[in-house]
Design a protein around this ligand. Structure first.
Ligand SMILES: [Zn+2]
Ligand SMILES: [Zn+2]
Length: 89
């Protein structure tokens, strides 16, 4: 398999080692990053990490929202049964 020009896309003075799966640019050993077992250039890895970070942040928020809904429901029930207990006495 040929690596095209054989030069790193970001460092023209360096010989390429691999190809980024995202942008298909030839990258040198310094630019090659292994994330999830896949070769990416540093730029595409940063973009990938940003996506993952946003996804995690969104999941955290929805999990917090569900917890808050359950908590308010529990407070509502506790209040209802508390009042019922007072009036049945
Ligand atoms: Zn890339
Ligand atoms: Zn490079």
């Amino acid at each position: 398999m040929s690596l095209g020009s054989g030069r790193c896309h970001y460092h023209p003075e360096r010989s390429g080692l691999g190809i980024c799966v995202e942008c298909r640019n030839v990258i040198c050993s310094e630019c090659t990053t292994q994330f999830e077992g896949i070769n990416r250039c540093a730029k595409c890895l940063a973009a990938r990490l940003e996506k993952v970070r946003k996804l995690v942040a969104r999941n955290d928020w929805s999990a917090g929202g569900v917890l808050l809904a359950l908590l308010s429901l529990a407070v509502l029930y506790a209040g209802f049964y508390g009042l019922a207990g007072i009036f049945s006495r």
